[in-house]
Design a protein around this ligand. Structure first.
Ligand SMILES: Cc1cc2nc3c(=O)[nH]c(=O)nc-3n(C[C@H](O)[C@H](O)[C@H](O)COP(=O)(O)O)c2cc1C
Length: 398
């Protein structure tokens, strides 16, 4: 379940997402999908296009009276600027031959895609490679989030680095914060207030410095990347498995998270930092309390051991490279004349790390919904819940 497909070009008439199968009886709030789409569109450093777009989803199938029918759920998001793009992106016969784009951008799919697909107009590649597609994934993720909420699982994120400016990761916050980040209410409050922050970063002083950094790169026609962290609360022990490489939770998460445009690094728990420390400081020692069961004093593993969720918060950091379309265009070569030219300049963001963090949440939610339905199987939400409760009972009696 929760297998899906997205379709659509960046400036085409609309984006489409189809979720192949869902459990029946899951109530879907369309407002919550639109809220996630709006979250993806915000963030300091985004370009002009975000002002034109105000994404709204239309559900075309798979839902009746707000509840899933288990049949394919299809959704579309209209391109609000279609009237201006019809003459270039019309799927049927174009009235006039559009001007070809022939100067590939370094860091984009342009040149590799053109060579691979034998295309002499880069638009035939870049329209699909564009991160506009992530709006469709965000919509699918919003449905996955609503499913996970039925089990008390919350997927959140914050931005912890822009360029070389860092703010506290979740583990650092936990060490320093004077509020209880393990409490459900404080966890939710912490992440709710981040949506008001221009960069989705909790450190307001550092946010100002990050904004200045974005401004300074943007003024030079340049762009900047960063790091965000995904935190998942409420995950049960036992998603993923140690028995096969392709069932491991890390491999499932990495495969889909690394498939987000511009994501170039992934770290689970202590990750790269852990590699420089002795094992005694890295591994989360095991304790037991009769009332609450097994517990740990730390979470360096980031909630995964041996490819299996261990019941702690999932902690994943993702590095996003700087946006490749630059106003100060980079060196390129015209595909037809083979002469040196400047790379193409599409309308572009200077920094999209906050937006990418929302896409990261969505993709994480999709992977977890796939694994929850794989483990607790069942055709309806009520059947999955019954299986889940029986599993929790098994754990409590262990
Ligand atoms: C939310 C988001 C927004 C993005 N916005 C832009 C953009 O405005 N301009 C651009 O050139 N790249 C943008 N990118 C990055 C490109 O889509 C990406 O670098 C490109 O498709 C090449 O893929 P790769 O970086 O994964 O190799 C964005 C990525 C994300 C996740």
């Amino acid at each position: 379940m929760f297998e899906y497909l997205t379709a659509g070009e960046s400036h085409g008439p609309r984006l489409t997402a189809v979720i192949k199968s869902l459990p029946s009886g899951l109530e879907i709030e369309v407002d919550k999908i639109n809220k996630e789409l709006a979250r993806r569109q915000h963030g300091y450093g985004r370009g002009q296009r975000m002002e034109i777009e105000s994404d709204q989803v239309l559900i075309n199938s798979g839902l009746r009276n707000k509840k899933t029918l288990a049949s394919p759920l299809s959704m579309t998001i209209e391109n609000r600027d279609w009237k201006n793009w019809k003459k270039i992106m019309e799927p049927l016969q174009l009235e006039t031959e559009p001007q070809k784009l022939t100067n590939p951008r370094p860091g984009h799919a342009d040149l590799a895609g053109a060579l691979k697909y034998n295309q002499k107009d880069l638009r035939n590649i870049l329209e699909r490679a564009s991160a506009r597609e992530t709006a469709a994934r965000t919509a699918v993720g919003a449905i996955a989030k609503q499913f996970l909420a039925e089990f008390g699982i919350v997927v959140a994120s914050h931005v912890i680095q822009i360029g070389n400016l860092k703010s506290e990761s979740w583990s650092q916050l936990k060490q320093s914060a004077n509020f209880d980040l393990d409490s459900k209410v404080e966890f939710e409050n912490y992440f709710a207030q981040l949506d008001q922050s221009p960069l989705r970063c909790a450190n307001s002083e550092q946010t100002k410095a990050m904004q200045k950094l974005i401004d300074s790169w943007q003024a030079k026609g340049d762009s900047v990347g960063g790091v965000f962290e995904i935190i998942v609360r409420g995950l049960p022990v036992g998603l993923g498995s140690h028995v096969h490489w392709d069932l491991k939770l890390e491999s499932k998460l990495a495969a889909q998270l690394m498939a987000i445009q511009a994501i170039k690094g992934l770290e689970i728990g202590a990750g790269f930092e852990g590699a420089s420390q002795p094992g005694s400081l890295v591994h989360d020692q095991i304790y037991y309390q009769p009332k609450t069961g097994f517990y740990r004093g730390s979470n360096q593993a980031g909630g995964i051991e041996g490819g299996i969720s261990n019941g702690q918060n999932l902690l994943i950091k993702l590095a996003m490279k700087p946006i490749p379309t630059l106003a100060q265009a980079l060196a390129s070569v015209d595909m037809i004349s083979k002469k040196a030219v400047s790379a193409a300049k599409e309308r572009s963001d200077a920094c999209a790390v906050p937006a990418a963090s929302i896409v990261g949440e969505a993709v994480t939610a999709i992977v977890l919904a796939q694994l929850m339905t794989a483990k607790f199987g069942g055709d309806s939400l009520s059947e999955i819940k019954r299986n889940y409760q029986a599993y929790l009972k098994q754990l409590s009696e262990f």
